[in-house]
Write a protein that binds this ligand. Sequence first.
Ligand SMILES: Nc1ncnc2c1ncn2[C@@H]1O[C@H](COP(=O)(O)OP(=O)(O)OP(=O)(O)O)[C@@H](O)[C@H]1O
Ligand SMILES: [Mg+2]
Length: 308
Amino acid sequence: MDVIRTEGLCKTFYTGFLRKKIPAVVDLNLTVKENEIFGFLGPNGAGKTTTIKLLMGLIYPTSGRAWVLGRDYREVDIRKEIGFLPENPYFYEYLTGGEFLNFYGQLFGLTKMEREKRIEELLDLVGLREAKDLQLRKYSKGMIQRLGIAQALINDPRLAIFDEPVSGLDPLGRKEIRDVLLRLKDEGKTVFFSTHIIPDVEMICDRVGILNKGKMVAVGKIDELIRTGSKFTEITVTGLSREGLEELEKLRLKVKQLGDKVLVTAEGDEKVNQAVDLIKGRGGRLISLIPHKETLEEIFIKEMGVKH
Ligand SMILES: Nc1ncnc2c1ncn2[C@@H]1O[C@H](COP(=O)(O)OP(=O)(O)OP(=O)(O)O)[C@@H](O)[C@H]1O
Ligand SMILES: [Mg+2]
């Protein structure tokens, strides 16, 4: 079963006196599978929050259809099985962390006993046990973000939808959030989160979708996305004769002298093999052979249509 599925989902906003048309989400076809961590990547204004609001039923699509946990996304019942962290969560700052979670537990109709047990579990999960009795105004940004996640999980949802859970956090704070997301996956849950921080996606996501100007411009497993990128290999050699160098150039390989070393750049496996055979045949010594793959960041920037 697809945990999230959209077909031709569109949302167009009309703003201002002239009703200027803003296509925020354009013909989006998205699938998120059971128990995967899906990273929804895109620059500011790409339409990530709009997509999430559509899935949560907070705004209505201009056209298209969507299913969450196998049911039409408009069915109110399924919200009970979704944990949601909005982009800019608001917290009443004079409550303590424990009181705040208790309040949400009551909203979800948990009994006092259930709440006590669940709140302890959640504080452990997000590493806030020590901060249970601290007022939220004394929480750091990272602690607030983790509390937001705990709140989103109060109902033990099957699906977590988090809008920018790592925004504004330092590297340690980001790692803590990544660890929480991985733990949710271990517990068998499905995680869908938006971000514009590429390394976080590379580290924990099973699949990633790149959104730009409302359109999904790339989607897949990270290694698949990277594999489709162009590859080249840098070979460093010493002790190669002049004739050897000339023969490498004849193979139409890029050859560059660096002091007593030579840097050869080859594209594609066949060229790499040819170069290595030639180097060995001519008494050259291989120092290193480094394949370069396109990084997710390079793919991201390319898909954004920016030249670099
Ligand atoms: N209520 C609204 N009325 C008019 N335009 C809107 C509204 N909400 C969003 N938009 C526009 O839709 C586009 C997508 O916005 P959205 O907030 O979904 O992007 P995002 O990918 O979440 O960006 P960010 O990374 O900055 O959070 C933007 O051009 C935004 O200005
Ligand atoms: Mg957003």
